[in-house]
Design a protein around this ligand. Structure first.
Ligand SMILES: [Zn+2]
Ligand SMILES: [Zn+2]
Length: 263
């Protein structure tokens, strides 16, 4: 399994996931042109992307769909509520592949599971991707994708325990959000609310509670530009027990990570 974050934050979230048999994007919150440019930096192109998996309809996760008319070979996986919300704004039909939240399904050599997350969208989900036979030549690798959720119910703890790669948001610092003067009170309530985004503090509490010895790489993503910073995140995660034997990447807004090979 190869993986990199192409971009993260409120201006767009997108990652590339590559298995032996397929290449997909997890969320695609940039225009098709920008996504193609980002893929170019890791030696790929939209022509070689087989599918996109969408967590929810917010623009910072799904902006690419309006440009998919020119890339009809790309299949777009979403649940019905998310697909409907996006289709309403389009005058063409992307190659939708609908899944039911909670169901397990396959795409090429990937096994995918989705699970509900509490966020202010139609039917937002997190994803688990697995690949590999589990033998010497094809080890089993798993990745969990968990962004855009206001709090983390217990059932999600179980979802992220048994993965090699965990992508989770660390959206804002609660103090910086409180002190922020750019955002109206109602928006701050939304961001910090039960259906908003995880703060550094709540993500730290989640990772401390689960602290799986299986984790090899944790990516902290979707950082707010105004109400967070990579240094603030690093400070919030200092001394966390889960970091022993696990690589931690704090993804700066608007930055990509190198393509990691989790062989
Ligand atoms: Zn969202
Ligand atoms: Zn988002």
């Amino acid at each position: 399994m190869k993986f990199c974050i192409l971009g993260s934050g409120s201006t767009g979230n997108c990652a590339l996931l590559e298995s032996a048999g397929t290449r997909v994007l997890v969320d695609a919150g940039f225009s098709a042109r920008k996504t193609a440019q980002l893929l170019g930096t890791v030696g790929h192109s939209l022509d070689r992307i087989d599918a996109i998996f969408l967590t929810h309809e917010h623009g910072d996760h799904a902006a690419i769909v309006s440009g998919l008319q020119r890339h009809p070979h790309i299949q777009v996986f979403a649940n019905a509520h998310t697909a409907r919300a996006l289709q309403d704004r389009l005058d063409f039909k992307p190659a939708w592949r609908l899944f039911e939240t909670g169901a397990r399904f396959h795409f090429h050599d990937l096994e995918i599971e989705s699970f509900s997350v509490p966020h202010d969208a139609q039917d937002p989900v997190g994803f688990l991707f697995s690949t590999g036979q589990g033998d010497l030549f094809s080890p089993r690798r798993r990745l969990a994708w968990l962004t855009d959720l206001g709090h983390c119910p217990q059932h999600i703890h179980e979802r992220i325990r048994d993965v090699d790669i965990l992508v989770v948001e660390a959206n804002h610092c609660t103090e910086l959000l409180k002190a922020d003067t750019k955002r109206p009170w109602s928006l701050k309530q939304r961001i910090g609310g039960r259906h908003g985004h995880l703060s550094n503090q709540s993500t730290r509490a989640l990772l401390d509670a689960v602290a799986s010895p299986v984790w090899r790489h944790v990516f902290l993503t979707h950082l707010s530009r105004d109400c967070n910073s990579p240094d603030t995140v690093r400070r919030a995660f200092e001394g966390a027990a889960f970091q022993a034997g696990c690589h931690l990447s704090v993804v700066e807004p608007g930055m990509s990570t190198p393509l990691h090979d989790f062989a």
